[in-house]
Design a protein around this ligand. Structure first.
Ligand code: ADP
Ligand code: MG
Length: 350
């Protein structure tokens, strides 16, 4: 059975064309930093930049973005704002993941040395349902004053996510997978999700499989996070748990997230924030988006470029301690970028 996302082949001259979706808020400024760094490091990447206007009536720019990702196989993405007041507006972010069948989201949450945080030495791989669950966007008002929202769990998607989690554990020498659920209350939907994981776990005898109820999981995470290794869960629990873990490690500005299907991959900041309130102030932490860009380079096989950029990020954060306000520093976004460029100027990859 095929498990990994198809890797797009390089074009003439070894270059890859990648879709870039800056999104709203801090997205565009973060993308400028990525492009500066890629250019400086000589990364063989050509970006196809597509702006999606969340207020436009039609779906033309969304369709154009989907076509571009289908052509390129990969995208780097900022968050596209969805106004919660407008009930007719569906999330372009969710639509994109559904259209491209990016069924799994992976966030490797690791503590950063030297970044103030609630817990040290966290190393948890959060694997989450990305297409159905509570994000099915099937809501309706059946009778005035009565609103229903459907949570969809399918055996097929639950098993694709669980299989991804167990295979990830096997490939990366991880010891345990914890399936997170609320099957005591949502007996059918979460019951199926859990049942599928239990069944699949038999094919992975060397990996321990346990399960935990979502509310207890949140408590265990803030009090004793080291018990977790690889986690497998439905969509809404995944976004909540990933925000809890990112908060324990140092907030929204550090970690990257990866979205995979059989054919395409999208790389983005792990907690998917728009950051509207901090846009244009030169204070956004660029590290999460930079880590996402490194993930994309690794996915495409540009390992040397990925390594050099990731070492420069590490040195900036851990050795030089250039920190933005969100992690207790007083440096600007561009201070971080300039420091990274300075490091790169000493070891350019050719
Ligand atoms: P959403 O897009 O869900 O509305 P927000 O933009 O409100 O999310 O982000 C949640 C919080 O995380 C805000 O306090 C925001 O300032 C902060 N945040 C998100 N991304 C970053 C970043 N890159 N650097 C610093 N703070 C960030
Ligand atoms: Mg959010």
């Amino acid at each position: 059975k095929k498990l990994l996302t198809r890797i797009p082949g390089a074009q003439y001259g070894g270059r890859h064309s990648c879709t870039m979706l800056p999104g709203g808020g801090i997205g565009p400024e973060l993308m400028t930093y990525v492009r500066d760094i890629f250019q400086y490091a000589g990364c063989p990447i050509d970006f196809e930049v597509i702006d999606i206007d969340p207020t436009s009536a039609g779906n033309d720019d969304l369709d154009y973005a989907i076509m571009s990702i289908k052509r390129n196989g990969v995208a780097l993405k900022g968050n596209i704002e969805t106004k919660s007041e407008d009930i007719d507006a569906t999330s372009r972010n969710v639509a994109l993941r559904n259209e491209l069948d990016l069924f799994v989201n992976v966030i490797h949450t690791r503590s950063f040395e030297g970044v103030p945080s609630r817990h040290k030495d966290i190393d948890i791989v959060l694997i989450r349902q990305n297409t159905d669950g509570e994000y099915a966007m099937l809501e309706h008002e059946s009778v005035r004053g009565i609103v229903e929202s459907m949570k969809v769990v399918t055996e097929e998607n639950a098993s694709r996510v669980a299989r991804y989690a167990f295979d990830y554990a096997r490939r990366n020498n991880r010891k345990r997978v914890t399936t997170v659920h609320k099957a005591n209350i949502m007996k059918l939907s979460d019951g199926l999700f859990l049942e599928v994981a239990n069944k699949l776990s038999k094919e992975y005898p060397e990996i321990e499989h346990n399960n935990m109820i979502i509310d207890n999981t949140c408590m265990q995470l803030v009090s004793n996070p080291k018990q977790f290794d690889v986690m497998n869960m439905t969509n809404l629990y995944g976004t909540i748990v990933s925000n809890v873990i990112c908060g324990l490690i140092g907030g929204a500005g550090l970690l990257s997230g990866r979205n995979y299907g059989d054919h395409y991959a999208i790389f983005e900041p792990g907690t998917r924030n728009t950051g509207t309130a901090i846009a244009g102030k030169n204070i956004a932490n660029p590290i999460a988006m930079l880590n996402a860009s490194v993930d994309m380079l690794n996915h495409l096989g540009h390992r040397e470029h990925a390594k050099v950029i990731s070492q420069a990020i590490h040195q900036t954060l851990v050795v030089d301690r250039i920190h933005t306000p969100d992690i207790g520093g007083n440096h600007s976004s561009t201070d971080i970028i300039e420091n990274i460029l300075r490091i790169l100027s000493k070891k350019r990859v050719h």
